[in-house]
Design a protein around this ligand. Sequence first.
Ligand code: DAT
Ligand code: MG
Length: 151
Amino acid sequence: MEVEESYIMIKPDGVQRGLVGEIISRFEKKGFKLKGLKLFHCPKQLAEEHYKDLSSKPFFPKLITYITSGPVVCMAWEGVGVVASARKLIGATNPLQAEPGTIRGDLAVQTGRNVVHGSDSPENGKREIALWFKEGELTEWTPVQTPWLVE
Ligand code: DAT
Ligand code: MG
């Protein structure tokens, strides 16, 4: 498997409910590498661009209102297979169908308040990180734990 990047975002409900540390720690403990992190109140235009594939859905206006309703935590995570693995850690879109042990399965009850976003493909991981982070906001570094995580 390839080293990939995933854009993970704690949505406004996750921030307002005090779940930031809990959610970040799940990706940290798994062993992925954090490359970018910021608290950010996103403008409508950015939310619309991020979710442009869903623009024809009836729930789109509500989705944009929700995502722009308060600050979000933007993160760039790197690792081998991080995109699919992060989606598993996050769980199904509808939190009532998400398995216990997943973020949505443990921490949320409604699709419209599902606390976290994760990129659905390596291509979208790159696209979304480029969309949400400016030049200079990402950091290249080598965690000391790397040799204890990968052979
Ligand atoms: P995911 O966030 O699991 O990748 P998605 O990309 O299909 O799911 O949709 C993006 C977000 O849009 C999702 O997290 C919540 C919202 N959404 C999706 N389907 C919805 C629906 N049927 N009703 C209300 N909101 C929905
Ligand atoms: Mg999606």
